[in-house]
Every structure is written in C-alpha cells, then in structure tokens.
Design a protein around this ligand. Structure first.
Ligand SMILES: [Fe+2]
Ligand SMILES: [Fe+2]
Length: 168
C-alpha cells in the first residue's frame, strides 16, 4: 500500500517549473540543481519565483543572479543524504537545539548524524560545489552565506535571498 502511494507521488518537477529553472540556469547550474532532491528543488523554485516576480527598486540588485542564487542556495544538500523521514526531526533540532546539532552532526555516522552534518554544512558544501563548477564568485558567495546571521551591513542581495531561503 505504502509503495503504491509512493508510485503515485510526483518524482520530478512539473513542466512549468522545469521551464522556469531552465530559463535561469546554465549547464553547470542545472547540474547542481538536478542533484538535489525533489523536496529541495520545489523549495528552491518557490523561493526563486518570489524573487523573480518582485519589483526591485535598488539598482545594486541583480535580479537574475538573485533568482539563480535562490534556485541553487541549497545545492549542498545532495539528493539522498537527508532521509525524508528525518527532515522534520532535523528541522526541530536546528531550531531548538542548535548546540546539540553541532555536537551530533557527523559525516557518515548514523543516518541522523549524517543528516545533521549535511544540514549544518550545506552552505559551505554548496559553495564549494558551485565554485568547482565555475559559477560566478558573487553567486558562490550568496550560496555560502545564506544562513549567516545578518549583521546589518550586509550585501543587499544576501538580505533578500535570506528572506526567501532560510527555512531550509
Ligand atoms: Fe539552506
Ligand atoms: Fe533554503
């Protein structure tokens, strides 16, 4: 029965979302986007659509880059590394037990420890992947800092990205 339900669930983005993604990302960007889980892809598309439709008054902002950053900000979470059934628990630990999260996070240990490790380090992992594939430095920086605490004197693109991207 459970297997039957899973076969009925969508396993990839719908055509409209896919077209949106392909409008903004080049080959390297699509490679990074494609290696995320459908859950993270949907979150990324939702975040990117908010930025794509916003009227930006500040001419320091590059809207296309912002949309690309929203699509790729979580690319450090590679598909299969955070089991779907652990996501709610990971979110609770992230929010309410940040110090335990750091203590328990461990690469390649139990499924939960590994999920916490990926969740904790996904900004720097994503930035590393993006840089390795030759994405522009500004985009790499946005990915790297999308969970950094804001100090008040930050890049306005980062502030805007964080407004749509920090939930995951
Ligand atoms: Fe994130
Ligand atoms: Fe996110």
């Amino acid at each position: 029965m459970v297997g039957r339900i899973f076969t009925l669930l969508p396993i990839k983005l719908n055509a409209t979302d896919r077209e949106f993604v392909e409008t903004y990302l080049d080959e390297a960007g699509l490679f990074l986007f494609n290696q995320m889980s459908l859950f993270d892809q949907k979150h990324a598309v939702a975040a990117a659509r908010v930025l794509a439709t916003q009227e930006l008054m500040d001419n320091r902002l590059n809207q296309r880059r912002l949309v690309q950053a929203a699509l790729l900000h979580d690319c450090g979470k590679v598909k299969g590394e955070i089991a779907w059934f652990l996501r709610p628990l990971v979110a609770v630990i992230r929010k309410f037990f940040p110090r335990r999260r750091e203590k328990w996070a461990a690469r390649g240990e139990s499924a939960l420890s590994h999920a916490l490790y990926v969740d904790l380090h996904h900004p720097s992992r994503g930035a590393y992947l993006a840089e390795s594939l030759g994405l522009e430095p500004e985009l790499v920086s946005l990915i790297k800092h999308h969970h950094d605490p804001l100090t008040g004197n930050q890049d306005p693109e980062l502030v805007l990205l964080q407004s749509v991207a920090r939930k995951g």
